[in-house]
Design a protein around this ligand. Structure first.
Ligand SMILES: *Cc1c(COP(=O)(O)O)cnc(C)c1O
Length: 366
């Protein structure tokens, strides 16, 4: 028994199953980059990276400090930092992280730093904005980038990449194909200049599912590793990796007319049994799930949240559930529940997962 009662169990077998699911869709030579940003989607980036590192080719994180944490945990695989800032480029170099260079400002800052650090052929990644309008060079920037890099021995273009806007939405397939074509044109321009072949990649999870022809040399799998495809059918072929469980700390009998929780948001109209669970909005249970929008599962039955979600606790209705203090309360252990909670909170499964806070103890079971 560990002394944290609320635990996120990361299912290693499920991770492996999901990885295999995507591998089967790909050519044997296509590399897999595992996206482990945001603590591996609200779980534990170090545990997940340690588990996956000999099964994949690359890792990606959003920020430099996330990459530092992986290196400090002795992760050896290449780590692409998707969104570095000029202020942390020295950290990127010190920890052998590979920066995405997405503007002339950051490209030139890195070239300067690569020179000062006497680096040779340091791997950098160039990102192109083919429609997301978030981060990246424009396709029309290519000639100028080539000019800046001509004869430069300090860096090498490890990869060229872009990101799809709506790969999950087949209604936007015309736009997606336009992005893919734009990316191919960019690649051609580099081909004429480079004497080596950078890794090419454009697809995230749903791109990998919907546009297998756009797998290029590598795919970047995030949410798919954690059990979600673009639709219910694909998701049903994946396994849930994030299992969030807690226990019943205390049970209260609420007389009619009495209230539960802050602001008396729940007032009982009949005799009600309420169970207190040690998990709250500071752990990732959104306040939007209060007042019976969200629920936990106790002895296979749904127990709706009574009143407001507190910072450290929720109270749930167990009037009709046979249970006692110390019993297990499952927040979620299946994609279906995560989807239900996302719908109830007016958000997406990504946010339910990444919302699981740092305070929740994480363990990986394989
Ligand atoms: C987060 C992210 C991914 C992973 O996306 P999923 O939809 O979770 O697979 C891939 N590429 C980039 C650039 C990202 O920011």
């Amino acid at each position: 028994m560990n002394n944290h009662v609320t635990v996120l169990e990361i299912d290693g077998k499920a991770l492996e199953h999901n990885l295999h699911h995507f591998k089967k869709k790909l050519k044997p030579t296509t590399k897999i980059l595992a996206v482990v940003k945001a603590f591996s989607y609200g779980s534990d980036d170090v545990l997940v990276a340690q588990f996956l590192q000999d099964k994949i080719d690359y890792f990606a994180v959003a920020y430099a400090h996330e990459g530092v944490a992986l290196r400090e945990a002795t992760i050896q695989k290449p780590i692409l930092v998707l969104h570095p800032q000029i202020a942390n480029l020295q950290t990127v170099i010190d920890y052998c992280l590979e920066p995405n260079l997405y503007s002339f400002e950051i490209l030139n800052a890195f070239l300067q730093m690569a020179k000062e650090n006497s680096l040779t052929a340091y791997p950098v990644h160039l990102k192109f904005n083919t429609g997301l309008n978030r981060l990246g060079f424009l396709p029309s920037d290519v000639p100028k980038i080539i000019d800046e890099l001509r004869g430069n021995q300090h860096v090498k273009i490890q990869s060229l990449f872009s990101h799809l806007v709506a790969s999950e939405d087949l209604n936007e397939s015309v736009f997606t194909h336009r992005q893919i074509e734009s990316f191919k044109n960019i690649v051609q321009e580099f081909d004429a200049f480079l004497t080596y072949k950078p890794i090419l990649h454009i697809s995230n999870t749903s791109g990998t599912i919907n546009y297998p022809e756009a797998q290029f040399d590598m795919v970047r799998i995030g949410i798919g590793l954690y059990g979600f495809g673009n639709d219910a059918i694909e998701t049903s072929q994946l396994k849930n990796t994030h299992n969030l469980v807690s226990i019943i700390s205390q049970i209260h009998e609420i007389e009619p007319g009495n209230s539960v929780g802050y602001n008396r948001a729940f007032i009982s109209t009949k005799k009600t049994r309420s169970a207190t669970i040690p998990i709250g909005h500071a752990d990732g249970i959104s306040r939007a799930l209060g007042n019976a929008k969200g629920f936990v599962t106790i002895n296979h039955q749904k127990a709706p949240i009574l009143g407001n979600v507190c910072m450290d606790m929720i109270m749930v209705d167990v009037t009709n559930i046979d249970c006692k203090e110390g019993d297990t309360a499952i927040i979620f252990n299946h994609q279906k529940t995560i989807q239900e909670l996302a719908d109830a909170a007016g958000t997406i499964t990504y946010e339910i997962l990444t919302g699981i806070s740092h305070r929740v103890k994480k363990v990986l079971k394989d």
